[in-house]
Design a protein around this ligand. Structure first.
Ligand SMILES: *Cc1c(COP(=O)(O)O)cnc(C)c1O
Length: 389
């Protein structure tokens, strides 16, 4: 008799054959630019903790004080008895920070995206998604039951052609800064197309909030777009903010609709109040320490210029995400492993996270890196990529 799951074993073998097998590395140190892995120190170039706040003493202390004040567990969902004064204060501060009427916390970004899209759309409606959108946005669109249409990456003309044909409520959904490419959505054009066709525009700015714009307001600050232009703004707290969770910001009607109808809001436990307290501390730093954004920009530009000079295939990114295109998945993994041996943690991103044949090294920077880290990484890349099959 066959073992249970014998079909799955064959599938796992197949995944490995294609160079697509994924495994975890065990980190023994706090998050930061230096990580301890298997007793070895490596320089970290793959975190989304862009501003270096995940282990900032103010954030850690606020978390501890929050646990002292509220305990660890939040006890229930927000609508039962889990919505603490800490959550409420953070929502008000996030609304002010984003220049929106209100903000609503979700326990993760994945859940926020699924909840929002399913709350706003149903059968008879239509959702329009950039081809390179994050998995959670695509899943949210599919789950909503609305007609699901992908448009060519960052192509407002392709979007407009599709919009004209649609009936029902129409929602355009895009990453702000694309997570695996680092480029910006053409938000000004998308906002014009949305208004012209009476569609709603939703932006997931997981990689832009706190990081992009003089004040850290993200992609909407970069383009100067308000709540009328981008009525649904989603952000995550586990990246630039260095903590955990997510939020959606927008009008009173939007937020009240989500409280009534977003199933991933209603039917899940609120994130710990201490996490909200930690995030309030990190938001203060995001607002007041613009040097972190300036430094990040300098480091990213230094890397990009250096990589170009080495003849590496950089991508059209002006953010802290600077991928090097490799193509073949196994080769990307081999290079990533060789970099680790040389003391640099850089992740190989492969399909289905990115399109077939576009495996890449996703290099990310932190405000805590120094120029010498960038230069050392460039030296290692030059040697390793040339010698790696
Ligand atoms: C990370 C990410 C998410 C998911 O957020 P989590 O809080 O990690 O669940 C959603 N959208 C984008 C674009 C992301 O990069």
């Amino acid at each position: 008799m066959a073992h249970p799951f014998s079909e799955l074993t064959a599938e796992l073998d197949d995944i490995a054959q294609q160079g697509l097998y994924r495994s975890r590395r065990i980190i023994e140190s706090p998050q930061g630019i230096n990580l301890e892995i298997d007793g070895r120190n490596v320089v970290n170039f793959c975190s989304n903790d862009y501003l270096g706040l995940a282990n900032h003493p103010d954030v850690v202390n606020a978390f501890k004080a929050g646990a002292d004040q509220y305990g660890v567990g939040s006890g229930s969902a927000h609508l039962i008895c889990g919505h603490s004064a800490a959550h409420h204060a953070l929502e008000e501060e996030l609304a002010a920070f984003t220049g929106r009427d209100r903000a609503l916390l979700f326990s993760t970004g994945y859940m926020a995206n699924i909840g929002v899209i399913s709350a706003l759309l149903g059968r008879g409606d239509a959702v329009f998604e950039d081809r390179l959108n994050h998995a959670s946005l695509l899943d949210g669109g599919l789950l909503s039951g609305a007609r699901f249409k992908r448009y060519a990456h960052a192509d407002a003309a392709d979007l407009s052609a599709n919009l004209e044909k649609a009936a029902g409520n129409k929602l355009i959904v895009t990453d702000g800064v694309f997570s695996m490419d680092g480029d910006f959505a053409p938000l000004n054009e998308l906002a014009v197309a949305a208004k012209k066709q009476g569609a709603w525009l939703m932006v997931d700015d997981a990689h832009g909030l706190g990081v992009i714009g003089e004040y850290g307001g993200g992609i909407v600050e970069h383009y100067g777009l308000g709540q009328d232009d981008v009525p649904v703004l989603m952000g995550t707290l586990g990246k630039g903010f260095g903590t955990f969770g997510a939020f959606v910001a927008g009008s009173e009607v939007l937020i009240e609709t989500l409280i009534q109808k977003a199933r991933t809001y209603v039917y899940t436990t609120a994130l710990p109040a201490a996490v909200a307290e930690a995030t309030r501390a990190s938001l203060k730093i995001v607002i007041s320490e613009s040097w972190r954004r300036d430094k990040l920009k300098k480091l990213s530009e230094r890397f990009r210029l250096g990589a170009e000079q080495l003849g590496l295939q950089v991508m059209a990114s002006s953010s802290a995400i600077q991928p090097i295109l490799i193509g073949d998945s196994q080769r990307a993994v081999n290079i990533s492993n060789a970099l680790l041996d040389a003391g640099f943690l850089v992740s190989a991103i492969r399909p289905p996270t990115v399109p077939q044949g576009s495996a890449r090294l996703r290099v990310t920077f932190s405000a805590l890196h120094e120029e010498q880290h960038v230069d050392r990484l460039l030296d290692a890349l030059a040697k390793i990529i040339a010698g790696c099959k």
